[in-house]
Design a protein around this ligand. Sequence first.
Ligand code: FES
Length: 200
Amino acid sequence: MSDVSQDNSRRRFLTAVTSGVGLAGCAAAVVPFVSSMTPSARARAAGAPVEVDISKLAPGQMLTVEWRGKPVWIINRTEAMLEDLKTLGDKLSDPDSTASEQPEYAQNPHRSIRPEYLVVVGICTHLGCAPTKKFEMGAASGVSADWKGGFFCPCHGSTFDLAGRVYRNVPAPTNLVVPPYSYVNDTTVLVGVGPQEEVA
Ligand code: FES
């Protein structure tokens, strides 16, 4: 990837992260705390799980948080979005996610623990650009007339559906990665720790 592409990609990632719910304020508050840590404590914090409040995430909306330096998207999919996922199988490269990376508990048609909430790493599996959200349907999306919503990577044109599954005949080889995650309660997601795992 050229320097310009990398810069653009990084800029898109930073824009996406800082537009996440309440993150900007949190980051500002955390910096003095982090700088006072020992190197080993900083390393632990960098890999620490991230608790995310999804109580205000309305159907059809998405938020972005940072986990281990990566953008993680959480999308509250509508019933219609979930229905559309069932119609895309023959257009996808790995519809059952057998060749893609996700925890066992997310290897299902919606690639998630609770059907409505997708939790996925927002990094293209081709060369690591930041795909953009394309939730509009059809031609209005700017992707294609039969587009059912998903994500478009502007670097080389890879497309992903609303389960992060990659379409056929695009450069990205696999579906977007689903990270380990679990639910602390009905409205709180813990990114970085699976349902049966201990918090390190
Ligand atoms: S990085 Fe090449 S299509 Fe996304």
